[in-house]
Design a protein around this ligand. Structure first.
Ligand SMILES: Cc1cc2nc3c(=O)[nH]c(=O)nc-3n(C[C@H](O)[C@H](O)[C@H](O)COP(=O)(O)O)c2cc1C
Length: 178
């Protein structure tokens, strides 16, 4: 019998910037989340300590424990991130490194959105990283949106029709996997 309990989505922005376009995208997805599905934007990325393989097993730092549990308990995870210096933002990569041995993302439905000026390198690197973490991410649940700043207005509304359509499609495919 199918479970009647509400599905939980955790959304993570790879940008810590106030007024971030990636955060605005996550706010847009919140607005189109169907009634009966819980959607939360994780805001603790900056509090996760630097990855230390010597600390991770017996007694990981509190913020790490909480992050791992949040991910493990979620039915699906959304990552929405810019690219910095041709790579994955350090804070995001750091958080993902803590999930390698915990396996928190294994078999987890995941939508990957890279929204950046270019973003090709971070997008490709994340697909590789998420593959190593055994997250359930596919071509249909990932999207690269380049020139993101020119596709938004000053209030964080997405003004580009193709971007809205692409995001909605990825989100709906992701929702169907939960
Ligand atoms: C230090 C720094 C390095 C950046 N490097 C890249 C880059 O290598 N590739 C890219 O596509 N965008 C790069 N950008 C531009 C970001 O993609 C752009 O600022 C984006 O809007 C950031 O996302 P946010 O609006 O969510 O903060 C860089 C921005 C900063 C501040």
């Amino acid at each position: 019998m199918q479970s009647l309990s509400a599905k939980n989505i955790i959304a993570i922005s790879g940008s810590l910037r106030a007024g971030s376009s990636n955060h605005a995208i996550l706010n847009y997805l919140d607005k189109i989340t169907p009634v009966g599905t819980n959607y939360s934007i994780y805001d603790g990325l900056a509090q996760i300590p630097h990855f230390d393989p010597g600390l991770e097993n017996d007694n990981p730092p509190t913020a790490v424990k909480a992050f791992r549990k949040l991910i493990a308990d979620a039915d699906g995870v959304i990552i929405c991130t810019p690219e910095y210096a041709f790579g994955v933002p350090g804070t995001l990569k750091n958080a993902l490194d803590w999930t390698v041995s915990s396996g928190s993302l294994s078999e987890k439905p995941l939508a990957l959105i890279t929204a950046s000026t270019g973003g090709e390198n971070a997008h490709a690197a994340l697909l590789l990283i998420l593959g190593a973490l055994n997250a359930k991410v596919t071509k249909e649940t990932s999207i690269l949106i380049s020139f993101i700043r020119s596709k938004m207005d000053g209030d964080g509304n997405i003004t580009d029709d193709a971007a809205v359509e692409g995001l909605t499609q990825v989100f709906n495919t992701f929702l169907a996997l939960l």
